[in-house]
Design a protein around this ligand. Sequence first.
Ligand SMILES: [Zn+2]
Length: 509
Amino acid sequence: MRVAIGGFSHETNTFNPESTTLARIKQNGTYVSGQDVIDTYRGTKSTIGGIIDGCDAEGLTMVPMFFATHGPTTGAIASEVVHDATDHLVRGAIEAKADAVLLHLHGAAAGQEIDDPEAHILAAVRRAIGPAVPLVVVFDLHANIGESWADHADAIIGYKTAPHVDLYEMGYAGAQLVGRTLRGEVKPVCRLLKPPILVKSGLMSMSEGSLALLKPPMYWLISRAAELSRLPGVLDVTVAAGFGDADVPEAGMTMLATTDRNPELADRIVAELCDLAWRTRSGFETELVLTPVDVAVRRAIESPRWPVILADQGNNTAGGSPGDGTAILAALKAAGWPDAALFVRDGDAARAAAKAGVGAEFSSEVGGKHEPTNGRPVSIEGTVRLLFSGDFIDPHFGLPVRLGTTAVIRCGATDVILTEHPSSQIHPQYFRSVGIEPRTRRIVVVQSAHLFRDEFQIHEQIGKAIIEVDSPGITNPNTRRFAYTRVRRPIFPLDPNVEYAPRSIAATS
Ligand SMILES: [Zn+2]
């Protein structure tokens, strides 16, 4: 049996002014077609890596079509990108003459003209393959799923974890579902329902730890979804948390259920989950768990146990910040440059430091150039401690990272790591790649909302304390601070007194 595989993955922050063009994806992302899809991802713990291994295990013959991804997150996607991905996948699906199509679509793509690029792709692929060929989609938890997805796909399944530790497993599960479908063991039918809830990508961690205790709704939703997924006839239940950093009509949470020939059961499951989300929505309020920048830095300095990790919520590059935020940098400077390490994206400054050379005295205004709410440039003076090409392998995904020209500037006891490209430090290796062992530092700043927790907190147990810093910038988790104009209204928490009554029948009754 032949399965056409491929997809398109971009998490778009529409508040980020840097548009996502084809040139940018080809330069900084991954853009592969044909056999290169398999050669690039086989053996990696990525979603496509899981799809490949799953297809092998199911005895399915893969016909690789096309896959493009770009991270960290940037702004609205140029239409040329959406049309290019659609053309590749439609042509690939037609030429593959496959028995099924298995796609990895992130779910939080947003185009400059096309609101829901994944819906655009799905509609086109479905038109190309006709109604009878099974089409299965694997998506990211941070997906803004459009209502029309279920019109085109037979099964839509997503990650169940944040930080995401099951990308590979969900890719694999998608392949298994295709195998079972093609053998006639199951006939998937998918339903989705969207409660009027908008959550940004910070503060939806489900990992064990203080944040999970403070922010229970996602934990309870995922737990209930897992129970429901074990009911007879249920193939998958996924809670898509949504991606509130994209101001598009379909932004927000989505409940999805895929069953074996049982649309009524799928309807009941998504209604029950919407009801649970609605009843627990106040847990998504963010004010309680964020700490002001100067308070966070002072607490970190005074902490008797270290390292203290400062999670730079407003400057989260994985969520779409350009990565040149200076709020914490300025607070560290004001505190007299304590023992700390942090990344600042500033290509000009990094190149100037490289030109000056290791050991040279260096002074420059750094950061604060790409996004007006992210803090002003901060002038630093220090010594160039290390220069680096910026290429290394991120052990978390087993995939290459390109920081571009990178320079470590020592200011007092603070190491300011200047990079040409934005990065999200989800693994200690980002620091180790420039000779900094985060375990030995007092303060470690990560431009990450929660993805860092998997490696730093769970695997290596590096942070003795983690402080969620209420830094300014477009990825600050408080939706009320942003001017949304496109998202469907009314929606919690932007609008007061939203009335909502899902068809709340318990799925198990
Ligand atoms: Zn995600």
